[in-house]
Design a protein around this ligand. Structure first.
Ligand code: CTP
Length: 402
């Protein structure tokens, strides 16, 4: 911690008083600390408390000069954003979380959070119902996807008298998170090269029609996003989807299974892991028509002859050396047995089994229920969760293999 710059942002909540201990412990460990407070936070604890503890002025107003090294108030937010090695927002209120999710910057803390390129740690702290409200949960998922480090609030008795998740984590937990960030350990996949496929493939019937499937690509894109945020060098080979390319990801667009195979083969060299999340077509029309096929008057049926495509994963599995191979499976019956058989046949290290059912519509949803099965048949069943979180769980397992 010695000499590192920790910028602490305090928002309005009763737990604000506990942040005094955080600032004190950070100073004790040799860090330099500056504190920003929202107007609501100053109603809970006087800025003077944090000024004394941090040995610095407290920054709370966008429009006053708080004596940063640069006396120009118009650049104060930029100075603070650049000064910080890490920004820790604790307690982070539902209001501030919502502002950050949408880029609303109507106070100094929100402006600095928007302006900084440094890691941001959030400790959501509020009443349990506010925390569990879908609006807050969605905002937190949005922020996680952007790389914020979110500390889950412990459950317990809350100031409202109710009980549930919403408390400020122990000070030592917050300090550990800061140390992790500063030691870059959150970049735990740095220098790893990961090739990911996502989305469906389209197999041409004629120039305007195709055989496809319902895959949205969201799971593969979530893995690509999460891996890039953890420092991996990610190449994403995407079938047709409308999804945006995650930051720091190299994307290659393909359409058919054949194109995906070629793209994978020409990018697989020197990769540490290949994650085949794409729903690759198993069959494609034999000899797609060059012209649009006309409706045959008087004919009630039409035959479409299909031939098998090459299995990309099986091909990689046959030539396998050091690259870890991760496959996906979607089964409607004998799920575990079929997934295990696929893992064995294709020579994989892990297979991720998507649950298929009316309650858990995997296609297009932002939520997913998966089980991760390894070579030894060990099954890790995960509960329903946002695809981005499932992506991180899958990456945790891949990291162990690497
Ligand atoms: N896969 C692939 N190339 C194909 C077909 C599938 O690499 N031509 C990959 C998928 O990306 C997925 C895994 O193989 O990671 C499982 O695909 P799936 O189609 O479910 O399995 P199959 O072995 O084709 O078996 P079935 O369709 O009978 O379930």
């Amino acid at each position: 911690m010695r000499g590192r710059h920790v910028l602490v942002g305090i928002t309005g909540g009763i737990a604000a008083y506990k942040v005094g201990y955080l600032v004190r412990d950070l100073i004790k460990s040799g860090a330099e600390v500056k504190v920003m407070m929202t107007e609501s936070a100053t109603r809970f604890v006087a800025p003077l408390t944090f000024s004394v503890l941090s040995k610095n002025p407290v920054y709370s107003d966008l429009w006053t000069n708080n004596q940063t090294s640069n006396p120009d108030i118009s650049t104060q937010h930029v100075d603070l954003a650049n000064w910080a090695d890490v920004l820790v927002i604790a307690p982070a209120s539902a209001n501030t979380i919502a502002k950050l999710a949408y880029g609303i910057s109507d106070n100094l803390l929100a402006v600095v959070a928007l302006a900084t390129t440094r890691p941001i740690i959030l400790a959501p702290t509020m009443d349990a119902e506010m925390y569990l409200n879908q609006v807050t949960q969605n905002n937190l998922v949005t922020l996680k996807e952007r790389g914020y480090i979110i500390l889950d609030p412990p459950k317990g008795e809350l100031a409202s008298g109710l009980s549930g998740p919403g408390r400020l984590p122990e000070i030592k937990v917050i300090i550990e998170a800061i140390e992790n960030v500063l030691s870059q350990s959150y970049q735990d996949l740095k220098s790893k090269r990961i090739l990911i496929t996502a989305g469906p493939t389209y197999e041409a019937i004629d120039p305007v029609r195709f055989v496809g499937n319902r895959s949205s690509g969201k799971m593969g894109f979530a893995i690509a996003n999460a891996a890039a945020l953890r420092g991996a060098k990610v190449t994403l080979i995407a079938g047709p989807t409308h999804l945006e390319t995650p930051r720091n990801v190299t994307r290659i667009d393909v359409e058919s299974a054949e194109e995906m195979l070629e793209a994978v083969l020409s990018n697989v060299k020197k990769t540490d892991a290949v994650v085949m999340a794409a729903a690759v077509a198993d069959y494609r029309p034999v000899n797609p028509a060059r012209q649009k096929i006309k409706k045959q008057a008087g004919s009630k049926t039409m035959d479409l002859q299909l031939e098998t495509t090459r299995d990309i994963l099986a091909e990689l599995g046959r030539k396998k050396r050091t690259t870890a191979l991760i496959g996906f499976a979607l089964e409607t019956n004998d799920e575990i047995a079929n997934a295990k058989e696929k893992l064995r046949k294709k020579n994989l290290d892990l297979i991720v089994l998507n649950s298929f059912g009316k309650k858990n519509q995997v296609f297009g949803s932002n939520l997913n229920t998966v089980a991760i099965i390894d070579k030894h048949g060990k099954i890790e069943q995960l509960p329903i969760m946002p695809k981005f979180e499932a992506a991180n769980k899958i990456l945790n397992r891949i990291k162990k293999i690497l």
